[in-house]
Design a protein around this ligand. Structure first.
Ligand SMILES: Nc1nc2c(ncn2[C@@H]2O[C@H](COP(=O)(O)OP(=O)(O)OP(=O)(O)O)[C@@H](O)[C@H]2O)c(=O)[nH]1
Ligand SMILES: [Mg+2]
Length: 295
């Protein structure tokens, strides 16, 4: 059950889709396949995904006017860091943000978000490799989204499983850090195919590694030519001469450095603000209460 700290465990959800899916996550599908009942396995999986769609529809209705992004990536590419970097920018523009964190274990990410003084909720999936619509639905009982203009959902760090589950979001955004290799869009195509946005993160590390951003883009666009791409750094700072410098661990003290925010972060924040505007207009239009009115 969710508790007053805004944390819940996936196994205590409302049953249904989540339970079936967890069985597959632990190898049930493979076993059924080997014993000749693969057809049944497929049916159960399709039913689970169908129920997921129904609950995702309910989530979408509950999200209302808020614009919702579902972040997908492998572990450690910088999803939480991106949220930490973007929230202050959006807050300074007058937007209200709420965050749903998904992790297999711990509330470490939620604790980072709590430091931003915005509503946050931690889903602990207990080993499940993705969030499903039911987990998110349960979290909405405990997260105040009434004032939210934007809701970030940070999915479990995994480039495969989360791609199959609609959570009721407006868009998926895949985060790929430059250290992961330019072949990842080709090897994990679903994440790139299903996302509207790709964020290439940790570009401050480019001087130190053998990574080709143009190749990452080329490979990603070969999977999804509509992808909108941002290049970001959650660490980069710019010195007073306008030269890019890197301080990956943040330990360098240099009076020449300014606290200027990375341009990619600012561009991504503007994009989100624009989408939030459109969502409100669309929502008001569809409910017949005045399309085009913003906030
Ligand atoms: N150099 C550099 N390091 C970064 C950047 N973004 C994140 N990091 C570091 O990368 C590590 C992982 O970042 P997180 O934000 O925790 O990554 P995550 O995707 O949320 O990780 P999970 O939630 O575990 O999947 C941390 O040590 C961050 O400080 C960046 O732009 N540049
Ligand atoms: Mg995280």
């Amino acid at each position: 059950m969710p508790n007053s700290n805004g944390i819940s465990r996936g196994s205590s959800g409302r049953g249904g889709a989540g339970k079936d899916i967890r069985a597959f996550g632990s190898g049930g599908g493979k076993h059924l396949g080997r014993t000749g009942t693969g057809g049944r396995s497929l049916t159960v999986r399709l039913n689970a995904l169908e129920s997921n769609e129904v609950i995702a529809g309910k989530n979408k209705a509950l999200f209302g006017e808020a614009f919702v992004i579902n972040f997908l990536s492998s572990p450690g590419s910088g999803k939480t860091s991106l949220v930490e970097s973007i929230v202050p920018v959006l807050k300074s523009e007058g937007l209200n943000i709420a965050v749903i964190e998904g992790d297999v274990e711990t509330d470490l990410d939620k604790r980072r978000i709590d430091a931003l003084n915005i509503p946050a909720y931690q889903i602990i999936t207990n080993g499940t490799c993705h969030l499903d619509a039911n987990m998110v639905h349960t979290s909405l009982d405990n997260l105040n989204i009434n004032e939210a203009d934007v809701i970030f959902i940070e999915n479990v760090g995994n480039l495969v499983c989360p791609t199959s589950y609609n959570l009721g979001e407006d868009m998926k955004a895949v985060v790929l850090s430059v250290t992961e290799g330019d072949d990842k869009p080709l090897k994990y195509p679903a994440a790139f195919y299903k996302s509207k946005v790709m964020i290439i993160n940790k570009i401050d590390l480019l001087p130190f590694i053998d990574s080709d951003v143009s190749k990452i883009k080329e490979n990603a666009l070969s999977i999804n030519k509509e992808l909108i791409i941002f290049e970001t750094s959650c660490k980069r700072k710019i010195n007073t001469h306008g030269t890019l410098l890197s301080s990956p661990d943040g330990s360098i003290e240099d009076a020449r450095w300014s606290d200027e925010i990375d341009k990619g972060i600012l561009d991504f924040a503007s994009f989100i603000k624009e989408k939030a505007k459109l969502k409100v207009a669309e929502f008001k239009g569809s409910s017949g209460s005045g399309a085009g009115v913003y906030l």
